[in-house]
Ligand binder design. Structure first.
Ligand code: MN
Length: 201
């Protein structure tokens, strides 16, 4: 068994003007593909070949640095593509909206906290909305780490993630990471985030 690049659920142009087609194409077909290829090479012939990517992440301290970097890269990007879509954005509804009000002080406070996590992450990494002990929490991780990993300072089940590596925005936004983070809210597929929230509870 080896890991495969998951099918992108929309066209490269689908998230324009917020995320441009060229960035999407390179990010998905080159960067994510490289994480998948390098992950498969890193785990070839080991017991990790029989595990899900979630289970590899949860026990990442037992594995090599290439498995951590590329396994994280594969999980993180798979989640990232799934929680975006064309003609999305707006506000969440249902149980997730209630939880954002209850656990994070409302949508405005959540956006502020998430944008802060994304813009202040030094160098490369990710901002996350997670479920931890039944409650929502916002945090960030460096490189391709994620909150599933046993070595992560920030732990939980991620339900929304934003890639803040320069490869995710530099073609369109150059050094303006805050503009990219602001644009992200226009492409979030809240129905999918809601599904992940209910599954994580
Ligand atoms: Mn990326």
């Amino acid at each position: 068994m080896s890991f495969e690049l998951p099918k992108l659920p929309y066209e490269y142009t689908a998230l324009e003007p917020h995320i441009d087609a060229r960035t999407m194409e390179i990010h998905y077909s080159k960067h994510h593909q490289a994480y998948v290829t390098n992950l498969n090479n890193a785990i070839a012939g080991t017991d990790a070949e029989k595990l899900s990517i979630e289970d590899i992440c949860k026990n990442i301290s037992k594995y090599s640095a290439p498995t951590r970097n590329n396994g994280g890269g594969h999980f993180n990007h798979s989640l990232f593509w799934s929680i975006m879509g064309p003609n999305k954005g707006g506000n969440p509804s249902g149980k997730l909206a209630e939880a954002i009000n209850h656990d994070l002080g409302g949508m405005d406070k959540f956006k502020e906290e998430f944008n802060k996590a994304a813009t202040t992450r030094f160098g490369s990494g990710w901002a996350w909305l997670c479920v931890k002990d039944g409650k929502l929490a916002v945090c960030s991780t460096p490189n391709q780490d994620n909150p599933l990993m046993d070595i992560s300072e920030c732990k939980g089940t991620p339900i929304l993630g934003l890639d803040v590596w320069e490869h995710a925005y530099y073609l369109n936004y150059q050094n303006r990471r805050p503009d990219y983070c602001a644009a992200f809210w226009n492409v979030i597929n809240w129905d999918e985030v809601n599904k992940k929230y209910e599954a994580a509870l």
